[in-house]
Ligand binder design. Sequence first.
Ligand code: E9O
Length: 597
Amino acid sequence: DIALFPQQNEFRNKENISGIWKFQKDSLDVGEAQNWKNGLPNTRSIAVPGSWNDQFTDSRDYLGTAWYEKDVFIPSSWKGQKIYIRIGSANYASKVYLNGKPVGAHEGGNLPFAFDISALINWNVANRITIQLENILKPTRVPTGGGVAGGMFNSNPKANFDFFPYAGLQRDVLLYSVQSDANIKDITVQTGFENTTGSVNVKVDTEGKATKGKVTISGNNKVYESEFVLNGTTANVLVKIPEVRLWSTEDPFLYKVAVSISDASRVIDTYELETGVRTISTNDKQILLNGKPVFLKGFGKHEDFPVFGRATANPVIIKDYSLLKWVGANSYRTSHYPYDEEYMNMADREGILIINEIPAVGLYFHGDKEELRLRQIACKKYIEELIARDKNHPSVVMWSVANEPTPEVMNMSPKDVKKADPQSVILFKELLDLVKKLDPTRLKVLVGVMGGPVEWLALSDVVCINRYWGWYTNQGDIKTGAKMLSDELDDLYSKLKKPIVITEFGADTFPGMHADQAEMFTEEYQVQFIKAYLDVADTKDFVAGMHVWAFADFKTGQSVIRFGGMNYKGVFTRDRKPKMAAHYLRERWTKKPEDKK
Ligand code: E9O
């Protein structure tokens, strides 16, 4: 039950119960046996949203079980309604209790889930909410840790990815209610246009006894209304908009879509959202937004900030969008997991194109088969939950089902990459087919790393590759790196005949470190590395986008290649100060509008 974001209106209620909660670690896993759901014995205070790792002085590497508790009073005016608790994100596995009774369990981080708690509410007194949660890295989970995973990139904790595995309730916790006799369960908006006429297809799913309804689309000083009769519990409504104002990166215009449902006598529920009328497609060399080529300029990002960890920090969201605009970016990838809903809302309003990624980073296919099967199931569940959450955002133009799956033997020469394990090709086909089935209107991709087989890349609508020739290989030698990139791009294009986006390229850069002759880790090296890659891309008409890794420096686990537990490939520092490279990109991306890259 995660479809529509909770909304306050005449028929619906919403209350944000984030804030300071009670918290207790359970490193011996005794909480269940000792019935901590009836009251935690020895708590301290914790902020929600917040990762627990950086809030205390003793929990940075703690990934085991911990418990959250909060007493809430539910207004008596909500009585008779269907009442839910909605958890924005709980990394990784959680169990939720109300007044000591189980209400549900969920696995997987970075996506919301909700449980109906109506039957268990105490009226006129406080209700105790208890959430048990753990973030143990396991080979059966996605992203993956422990087992044969991990090593160089993240030695401690042992993970198959470098970003720090922050844990806890990292997004808002909400209570919300809908009408119990009938309500709008879900709305799916798909848009298109022909000549100057836009089309907005609105699918409405309801539960309960409503029989009919109305869709009202307004914007650009016009209002379009369309009444519908429910066929069972669903309706499909097509609204045409003459002289449509399309959504684009230059003019991210949003129409309001209001849906109401009624029975014979009265309106029972309403819900309002925003949509942008636009299409996304490709030809053999370009990505097309509304049929016109668009070149992706931007970054891979993280949800990461000092003290907040991976938690939603609204000022950081706003700041990041102003920096994206400042630097002249038009897009980014939600590497390597879905971000808070507010990032998507901002992208809709600001005209930023999103590659929306599930947490499948560093998938591998060797090792235990049963573990692999469970990872596949986790990937499918993430795809379903992500598309259910983000399908109505015009900013989302691609779904990414994986970042850097790893072949059993990594080969670092672009000329001698091994063939893919047949099982891996089957899995990626299944994941991409599932995306197509759930959302045929967007592009579907997977992101490959150097050393990954071409068979994987061939499955993508847009070939997405992460490349570090001149950083992880040919260290200190940007010239050779750029040459390798150029040759490899030509070779890939001749084989695949699809647009290519370089979804990662970058160099660790310690802010303030300089050299008169560019040298690894200096700001000069980062500028020259980025410049060399952008210059290569400028010479190839089939390169459709360049995403620098990364937007900002971010926290990692401990490893000899992660000085101070940080990845320093940001063009902004962790606290969002520009490095020289940020100024360079701004120069290149904003001052020369005639130059597409
Ligand atoms: C994924 C991203 O999350 N790609 C990595 C990024 C990095 O900076 C990481 O932060 O490390 C790059 C992968 C490059 C693989 C080359 C392997 C060479 C082994 C030494």
